[in-house]
Write a protein that binds this ligand. Structure first.
Ligand code: SAH
Ligand code: SF4
Ligand code: F3S
Length: 430
């Protein structure tokens, strides 16, 4: 079971593949399982607490099946380590995000009895030690982690501690993986990293940054669409910004978190950029790709945030015009620098979140309303909620529901948009 960000989704599929190649079968049903692995998220308190309530539910399963083993992977595993077992003795295995390649060995150890914990940051690259992508049931759109970890240390964030320092995978490894994905029918790849635009590596003596990697991937004929997430405003270099104007396979969507519209709060957050820098980046991206959909992340109620600071966030949102965005109440995380600061009252956080989400919601509606009546290329991904319906993605990443056959899965079709809901559109194939 996977929680948290896309990186965890990618890791879960690589771990499943590793276990399948060791002879395991995958089941989605916990009642059938002999091993349950939760891939967890530590980003906010609620995310971490969810894991303990889920674990609590497994007691009955363990009573029924004495052979059942329970494992915790991901960022809660890294952050809490052995403490997890102290708090929930049902847990047999704890594996941190950089030690996944050791999972099969750890499971063997479990079968001999006892518990198994590995939250090291080994020097070897887990991806090189995991079996190559061998999933036969790939969807048309796939994730590919190119970079992991973070060196930015925003004052509120656990990621630098749970994922470790920034590490970029080698271009050879990534090109191989991209080819093997497209050979299996993948037509869209989303490049992943906690700081994906900090990607930096080398091939044959020349430097590869994210722009170079995207340009090389774009030469794979079967690959039709390329996306990347998540970027930091300080790593939006010229070559990447320019690519939005020149590389047609790069989709017109940019998720660029800003967190706050107040320079005072950005400084306290240790974001190391200003509002003006952020707006400047977006202006340059929009010059090259005027239709681009901008997405963002916001935190309200960071310690010290006054009403004026919050109003500056609203002003920033109004200046940018987001196609969609994520917004959160600040959640104090153990071990982060901001956890020592005095917190904003909960009721104020809630009020601010509602106000921000109302403005963002209106902007999303406006973005979608403008699309009605126009045609867009939609990549059909899977069957829809109803029979005879399929769902795909617009260039701007919105789900689009269409009447059509599942024979279309994997095709990019021209769709006229007819109506929209909060987070999706409905259209007809032309
Ligand atoms: N690497 C990305 C995303 C990191 S986590 C970036 O640099 O922006 C995803 C989002 O969760 C963050 O952008 C932030 O908005 C939110 N987040 C992180 N820590 C948080 C905390 N302690 N409380 C509330 N939201 C948080
Ligand atoms: Fe967390 Fe900041 Fe790194 Fe993003 S850039 S992962 S918010 S520390
Ligand atoms: Fe959560 Fe870890 Fe991703 S804390 S957001 S699963 S990097």
């Amino acid at each position: 079971k996977t929680y948290g960000c896309q990186m965890n989704v990618y890791d879960s599929s690589r771990m499943s593949e590793a276990l399948v190649s060791e002879g395991f079968d995958i089941t989605e049903n916990t009642d059938d399982a002999d091993f349950i692995l939760l891939n967890t998220c530590h980003i906010r308190e609620k995310a971490a607490e969810k894991i303990y309530s889920e674990l609590g539910r497994y007691r009955v399963l363990k009573d029924k099946n004495p052979n059942l083993k329970i494992g915790v992977a991901g960022c809660v595993a890294q952050a809490e380590g052995e403490e997890i077992i102290k708090r929930q003795p049902l847990v047999d295995l704890v594996v941190g995000p950089q030690a996944y390649h050791r999972l099969p060995t750890m499971l063997k150890k479990l079968q001999e009895g006892g518990r198994s914990i590995d939250i090291e940051f080994p020097t070897e690259d887990k991806f090189l030690h995991l079996p190559k992508v061998n999933n036969k049931n790939l969807k048309p759109s796939a994730f590919l982690t190119i970079q992991e970890g973070c060196d930015k240390f925003c004052a509120f964030c656990v990621v630098p501690y749970t994922r470790g320092a920034e590490v970029s995978r080698s271009p050879n490894d990534l090109m191989d993986e991209a080819y093997s994905l497209t050979e299996k029918g993948v037509v869209e790849i989303t490049l992943l990293g906690q700081n994906v635009n900090a990607y930096l590596s080398q091939r044959n003596g020349s430097k590869w940054n994210l722009a170079k990697l995207i340009s090389e991937l774009a030469r794979i004929p079967e690959l039709k669409r390329i996306r990347f997430t998540t970027s930091h405003p300080n790593d939006m270099c010229d070559s990447l910004i320019d690519l939005f104007g020149s590389e047609t396979k790069l989709m017109p969507y940019l998720h660029l978190p800003v967190q706050s519209g107040s320079n005072k709060i950005l400084k306290a957050m240790n974001r190391r950029h200003t509002v003006a820098h952020y707006l400047g980046v977006l202006e340059r991206v929009r010059e090259r790709r005027p239709d681009i959909a901008i997405s963002g992340d916001f935190i309200v109620g960071f310690p010290g945030e006054s009403d004026t600071d919050f109003q500056e966030t609203i002003e920033l949102v109004e200046r940018v015009g987001y196609a969609q965005a994520y917004s959160f109440k600040y959640s104090s995380r153990p071990g982060t620098p901001a956890s020592d600061l005095e917190e904003v009252e909960e009721s104020i956080k809630s009020k601010r979140l509602l106000e921000l989400q109302a403005v963002l919601g209106e902007q999303q509606k406006k973005f979608q309303r403008k699309m009605i009546g126009n045609e867009y290329p939609v990549l059909i991904e899977k069957q829809g909620r109803e029979a005879g319906q399929v769902v795909g993605r617009s260039p701007y990443l919105q789900p689009v529901f269409i009447n059509g056959s599942t024979d279309l899965v994997g095709e990019i079709v021209s769709v006229r948009m007819k109506s929209y809901r909060t987070n999706s559109l409905e259209g007809e194939i032309l």
